[in-house]
Design a protein around this ligand. Structure first.
Ligand code: ADP
Length: 779
């Protein structure tokens, strides 16, 4: 059954050598009760551990059922201990934090015996050793004799072929010793029992065979045996602890020291708490910023003007005075000129804009630099008027009005809002009717006033009113006021010289039946201060009005004349270049190309989608054909967003330091736990646990600790947001700034777990490396 051949085991401590086993050769029968007697320190335990595979011999061979163990791997030894050997120790070695049943089941748990079978076998073993009635007690509620019975039950539960007992009655009184010996004697009927004892009386009474040991050598053997079979009929079933078993072991262990575990989890959760709060605050602030942005900044439209500033213009660093430049003057384009990009707004592009998904933007405004031939009537006096809010009083004729209009970026005067349903919604969103009503048709125009009901004085002067700075006007003086828009053909007369001149602004022109009648339908006030820049204060009208006027005028005589002439048909001056000519034609209403397009996105996210859509148009186009847009809101939000990110990174970095501190702490705590549980490691190894399984037990413990500290951290951080928000509200009037994002919370719990497991893994590996025999000897 078992054969030791010239087994040697030496211990080297410092310079001294202890020959614990010095060339031991002996064989055992499959069924017998062998007692090994000898003085303390003679090597008995070392031999027993050697037979049980807890302490591997230095040289010689141990042959089990005809199989040499010389080439056994660690896993083979683990499996051998688990399958074939049962250990009984003097100090019982019961795992205190597990139930009696769990203790007895542990060996089978390690070898993966199914639950039902495992439980059945464990109960049978406990009944066999006479513990049936005490099965539900906890280990610390048992007497010494009962503890030893549990140990015996554990050793025989999986029905091993070899039972190894190391002074099993050493800690028991005489009466109990006799009972235990009887039990072991009974067990030896079915298997090989090897018992180490220094009590010759016990050995004589119970054992079939007595081997005397001294100085690591067998002195005499009462019933020697020599194995004659060489046949190898040895089989092993490998052991493996599931992570679930490891978790259970760690959980029951942790349960015995609740307060300590809680404090540990709390201390190591501080890092998580700080990071969670930083994230909660920063995402809260970001949300606030986003809200403010979509309220205010989103009102800045994406603008596509005919003349755009190309922000990507290359920098000119070449300022050196080279040889070629030294003696000459170099003509050079200015930076501003270089940055200027002419957008070719074509019909195709207009269609492209029309195809913007209406879910992204319902509001698109087209501005045309078209002049309008407007006449106003005040107290019977007819005058030309404009809807511009710049000072045009200094130039009486329309040519100067035109140049002033061209000089202002707002186009030909007045603000333009989009037409149709979307225009109505747009006005309703930002403006409140102070008097009159919202515009109902393209011929209805409105007067925009600021939040204090003030409006631009030039706008009033330009429609023919005589007003002084600070003067107050009744609403009804403005609401309902009418204007006439005159067709080019009626407005201009052709002189024999070929140039055109406006007819005199009189009642005949005013009352012309083909005139359009415009009416101020209402006075509109901005709803919030942040909306003040959407439409400038003064007269505003729909882009449909301009479109209608262009339609009326695009085939007029003056437009035709201007198109075919190289001079300004109003002044007779020479037209220098194509751009100037185009501007003139535009002004006279001869072009349907808008001077600028403004797109108002629904919100920030959709704005990005629109920008992507606009960028797509430029794909693969020549530089000159690209369309450059201006995204004012974007430049502002990029700035604030970037700043917020930077602050968050710095704060998270600081909070990260506390996380690292917690990780180091976890390492220390796991290390102490390893020291505390050395005995348990020995027991598990004796039962056949692999190194990996031991690592797993401690990894499981740190996993529990990591999850606990993560969850605790997140919960505390969440609770902390309540007072933080209260303080912030009283200080800044912002509500619910700190908001812990659930995704962040989950990530933090995962991070906490991973870091804790990492921190505890090194001590766990140390635990696994512990020598089983040494671990069992420790107290
Ligand atoms: P017994 O069981 O007969 O009391 P042991 O087998 O425990 O004897 O010990 C035999 C000898 O080996 C003793 O001298 C003991 O000090 C020594 N010994 C046992 N284990 C170790 C060890 N891990 N390191 C050093 N010496 C050891």
């Amino acid at each position: 059954m078992l054969e030791l051949k010239h087994i040697k085991k030496y211990f080297y401590v410092g310079d001294s050598v202890t020959k614990a086993l010095d060339d031991v050769s002996v064989s055992f029968r499959p069924k017998e009760f062998v007692a090994i007697l000898g003085p303390s320190g003679s090597g008995k335990t070392t031999m027993l551990n050697g037979i049980g595979g807890l302490d591997i011999y230095d040289s010689g061979d141990l042959i089990i059922k005809g199989k040499s163990t010389k080439d056994f791997s660690e896993a083979d030894w683990d499996a051998y201990r688990n399958n074939s050997v049962g250990f009984i120790f003097q100090s019982y070695n019961i795992i205190g934090h597990l139930s009696i049943l769990d203790n007895v089941e542990m060996g089978m748990t390690l070898s993966g015996v199914p639950n039902n079978e495992k439980k059945e076998k464990a109960i049978k073993a406990l009944e066999r050793v006479g513990l049936g009635p005490h099965m539900n007690k906890k280990p610390n509620q048992l007497s010494g004799g009962q503890m030893q019975r549990v140990a015996i039950a554990r050793a025989i539960a999986n029905d091993p072929e070899i039972l190894l007992c190391d002074e099993p009655t050493g800690a028991l009184d005489t009466e109990t010793s006799v009972q235990i010996m009887e039990l072991i004697k009974e067990l030896s009927q079915e298997r090989l029992v090897i018992m180490v004892t220094h009590n010759p009386a016990l050995a004589k009474e119970y054992a079939d065979r007595i081997i005397n040991f001294a100085d690591g050598k067998i002195q005499d053997d009462s019933n020697p045996y020599s194995e004659d079979t060489d046949k190898d009929n040895f089989e092993l079933k490998k052991t493996k602890m599931t992570f679930w078993t490891a978790l259970k072991l760690s959980y029951t262990n942790i349960k015995t020291k609740k307060a300590r575990t809680f404090l540990t989890a709390f201390a190591s959760s501080i890092g998580i708490i700080s990071i969670a709060i930083v994230l909660a605050l920063s995402s809260g602030f970001q949300k606030q910023i986003d809200k403010t942005q979509s309220n205010t900044l989103a009102q800045f439209p994406i603008t596509i003007s005919q003349i755009a500033s190309n922000q990507t213009a290359p920098k000119n660093n070449d300022k050196k005075l080279t040889k070629a430049k030294k003696t000459k003057v170099t003509a050079k384009l200015s930076q501003a000129d270089k940055a200027t990009h002419i957008n070719k707004i074509t019909k195709k592009y207009m269609n492209y804009i029309d195809n913007i998904n209406p879910e992204l933007s319902k509001t698109v405004t087209y501005t045309y630099s078209t002049g309008m031939n407007i006449l106003s009537e005040n107290n019977g006096k007819i005058k030309t008027a404009t809807f511009s809010n710049t000072d045009t009083s200094k130039g009486a004729n329309s040519a100067s009005a035109m140049s002033s209009a061209m000089a202002t970026s707002t186009g030909i005067g007045g603000s333009v809002y989009p037409s149709g349903k979307s225009g109505q919604a747009f006005l309703k969103k930002h403006y409140k009717v102070v008097s009159g009503s919202m515009p109902a048709s393209a011929n209805d125009i409105v007067l925009i006033v600021d939040s204090d009901n003030s409006t631009n004085i030039n706008a009033l002067k330009n429609i023919g009113l005589t007003v002084k700075d600070g003067q107050k006007l009744d609403f009804n003086k403005l609401v309902g006021k009418e204007f006439k828009v005159v067709n080019n053909n009626d407005y201009y007369k052709k002189l024999p010289t070929g140039t055109f001149l406006p007819n005199s602004a009189d009642s005949k022109l005013y009352d012309n039946s083909s005139n359009k009648t415009l009416k101020i339908s209402g006075i509109l006030r901005v709803k919030s201060k942040s909306s003040e820049n959407i439409l400038a204060s003064g007269i505003a009208y729909s882009d449909q009005l301009t479109k209608n006027i262009i339609n009326d005028n695009k085939n007029s005589d003056i437009v035709a004349a201007q198109k075919g002439s190289s001079t300004n048909v109003l002044t007779g001056a020479n037209v220098e270049d194509a751009t100037t000519k185009a501007t003139l034609i535009n002004y006279l209403g001869g072009s349907t190309t808008p001077s600028s397009i403004m797109i108002y996105p629904n919100n920030f996210k959709n704005k990005d989608k629109i920008l992507k859509y606009l960028d797509k148009y430029n794909n693969g186009k020549k530089k000159a054909d690209k369309i450059v847009y201006t995204d004012m809101a974007g430049s502002v939000s990029n700035l604030t967003g970037g700043l917020m990110d930077a602050i968050t990174y710095v704060l998270v970095a600081f909070a990260g330091i506390s996380l690292v501190t917690s990780m180091i702490m976890i390492s220390i705590i796991t290390y102490t736990s390893v020291l505390e549980r050395t005995k348990e490691i020995g027991i598990l190894k004796a039962l056949g646990a692999r190194k990996k399984d031991i690592t797993r037990v401690f990894d499981a413990e740190t996993t529990i600790l990591g999850v606990a500290s993560g969850v605790l951290g997140v919960v505390i951080a969440y609770l902390a947001t309540i007072p933080i928000n209260a303080v912030l509200k009283s200080m800044t009037d912002l509500t619910n700034v700190a908001q812990l994002n659930p995704i962040h919370a989950i990530i933090l719990i995962v991070v906490s777990t991973v870091l804790t497991v990492l921190g505890g893994h090194i001590p766990a590996r140390m635990a696994a490396k512990k020598d089983a025999a040494t671990a069992l000897r420790s107290e």
